[in-house]
Design a protein around this ligand. Structure first.
Ligand code: ATP
Ligand code: MG
Length: 562
């Protein structure tokens, strides 16, 4: 991978120069915590935690630094050290944040998992990540881990949240109290591993993307450039740390930029969310299309009683943001959600509708400064870069600081991502003459019908413009004459019930919008669409079922009701 450390050619030189560095190297926790305390900002509010039951806890930068130090001391007391791997599966509680930052302080590698994962996905991830430590709750431990814990020979320590722990585990609360609140951050080099994130598993078996301490340069930069984070800004990232957004922009970027981050323990709940924005005076809000569509489903009326005047910037990531959602949010919040695009692999936001930039609803925005995007086509072992208007694979020039450095245990799969000096994302997109990038679909999801190439996003966006449709997932199914035909699965808005007449009406609406070649031949009503825990529609699963094929890896599957 190309390194960019030359100050004259490094697009992130300023961000790099603003970091304080640590012992001749770089450490994420040092930049997120220690450096602010050293600069006299220890009294600033770092984290406000909102408990499910109404509890609230505030942590200043000094408090969070002390909590992280205690956690690092707990690890050290058990003989663990640099490079060891810490897994956490604990929900959005303050201890999780202390654990993440304490692990980085100790020079160890942090891997968060969704706490709703079943035993098997946890086990396989801990095996390939060679977990030395697991931080979890007693309930999760008993239900999902106790049975096979001793078969993981790398596992040395299980820390249980709270005052008590089952046999063979250590209770975290007393251990933290006994630990000293000071810990000298371990020296780490920019290329030392810091985090491992598993991809969402939307297209297949999840990959473990390895991220290094140098990523903090890009988290500092992109938090400012794409989200408008700055000291003192009240920021709410709704993503769970089990997914990369929840750490890159749910822990590291806000802290490095000295913002105040809100953490809500609870799951999505419309009234709760609207109250949080209003009562906590959220300024910058970072969420995902799946949540935005839930808000839309509840209707603009439900938002009326709330005061959203604190909001200054709204952003969305994870899935295509339908133009309908952009327009709706502008009406309801006085601010549109700004779409941005990135992946677990890229570690940070690559393409965005940035603060101050004109929004083109339906577009992901423009590449961030220093990010080079190519719309490419494979030609044997080389790539052809396509011009404006052409659809091709979205590729990036490697070299930005937060890029993954490996897929855990899968060097061949990693090597396949790089062709001809480009990183290939697996997504299809097109670029307009003004440089805006438009998502077409995942390469795997593309539908070929009667000589047309159709991206599911286009069809789904048209479908949700119908009054009755809340969400849509679109696939291609084999057809003798057309090659493939489009089939849609939809969920309905409140007040609408499945019927043949409604199915006809939705198809008619789509035909008008898209033309007969592109509109779905069939619309199936469902209670929910199959989604990953990070909120992505699993089209491959709809397709596998349709074709009677094996379901493949469904370890990240969440909602799924017919
Ligand atoms: P897997 O790689 O395991 O199949 P995944 O690709 O869903 O899962 P993530 O890294 O969490 O795992 O998600 C990145 C993908 O999400 C992108 O490649 C893209 O397909 C989709 N995505 C993210 N943001 C956007 C966006 N703004 N518009 C459209 N798609 C997006
Ligand atoms: Mg992916």
């Amino acid at each position: 991978m190309r390194r960019m450390t030359d100050r004259t050619t490094d697009p992130w030189a300023e961000a790099r120069a603003n970091l304080s560095g640590w012992k001749g190297g770089l450490n994420i926790a040092h930049e997120a915590l220690d450096a602010h305390v050293a600069a006299g900002h220890g009294g600033d509010l770092a984290l406000r935690w909102l408990g499910r039951d109404g509890a609230r806890r505030d942590f200043t930068y000094a408090d969070l630094t002390a909590e992280a130090a205690r956690f690092a001391n707990v690890l050290a007391a058990h003989g663990l050290g640099k490079g060891d791997s810490v897994f956490a599966m604990a929900g959005r509680v303050p201890e999780l944040y202390a654990a993440a930052l304490g692990t980085l302080k100790a020079g160890m590698v942090f891997t968060p998992l969704f706490s709703a994962f079943g035993p098997e996905p946890v086990r396989t991830r801990m095996e390939i990540g060679r977990a030395a430590v697991l931080v979890t709750t007693e309930a999760i431990y008993r239900r999902k881990i106790a049975d096979w814990r001793h078969e993981i020979d790398s596992l040395k320590l299980v820390l249980i949240l709270g005052e008590e722990a089952p046999e063979g585990c250590v209770a975290l609360a007393p251990a933290m109290r006994a630990a000293a609140p000071g810990f000298e951050t371990v020296a780490t080099a920019p290329e030392d591993p810091a985090l491992i994130h598993f991809t969402s598993g939307t297209t297949g078996k999840p990959k473990g993307a390895v991220h290094v301490h140098e990523a903090v340069v890009y988290h500092a930069f992109s938090g400012r450039a794409a989200l408008g984070l700055e000291p003192g800004v009240t920021y709410w990232c709704t993503a769970d740390p089990g997914w990369v957004t929840g750490t890159s922009y749910g822990i590291i970027s806000p802290l490095v930029n000295r913002a105040t981050m809100l953490v809500d323990e609870a799951e999505f709940d419309l009234e709760r969310w609207y109250s949080i924005v209003q009562d906590e005076k959220v300024q910058v809000w970072y969420s995902a299309p799946t949540a935005i569509r839930m808000m839309m489903r509840a209707g603009a009326e439900a938002a009326k009683p709330y005061d959203f005047s604190s909001l200054t910037f709204l952003a969305s990531v994870g899935e295509p943001l339908n133009p309908e959602a952009v327009i709706w949010s502008e009406v309801v919040f006085g601010q549109p959600f700004h779409d941005n695009w990135w992946q677990t692999e890229t570690g940070g936001i690559m393409i965005a509708n940035r603060p101050g930039q004109e929004v083109r609803p339906g577009s992901m925005g423009k590449p961030l400064p220093g990010v080079e995007v190519g719309i490419v086509e494979r030609e044997g072992g080389t790539l052809k870069v396509l011009g404006p208007g052409a659809v091709g694979e979205l590729a990036l020039r490697p070299g930005w600081p937060s890029m993954m450095r490996a897929y855990l245990n899968e060097p061949a799969r990693y090597a396949k991502c790089f062709v001809d000096g480009w990183y290939l994302s697996g997504d299809l997109a097109t670029r307009d003459v003004a440089g805006y990038v438009w998502f077409v679909g995942r390469a795997d999801d593309l539908i070929k019908t009667s000589g047309h190439l159709i991206g599911p996003f286009e069809v789904e966006s048209a479908l949700i413009e119908h009054d009755a449709v809340a969400e849509a997932g679109v696939i291609g199914i084999p057809d003798e004459t057309a090659g493939e035909v489009v089939k849609a699965y939809v969920t309905l808005n409140p007040g609408f019930a499945p019927s043949e007449a409604l199915e006809r009406d939705i198809r008619g609406h789509a035909r008008k919008k898209l033309g007969p070649a592109v509109a779905p031949r069939e619309v199936v009503f469902r209670k929910t669409l199959p989604k990953t825990r990070s909120g992505k529609i699993m089209r491959r699963l709809l397709k596998a079922r349709e074709l009677g094929l094996p379901e493949g890896d469904i370890s990240t599957l969440e909602t799924d009701e017919t």
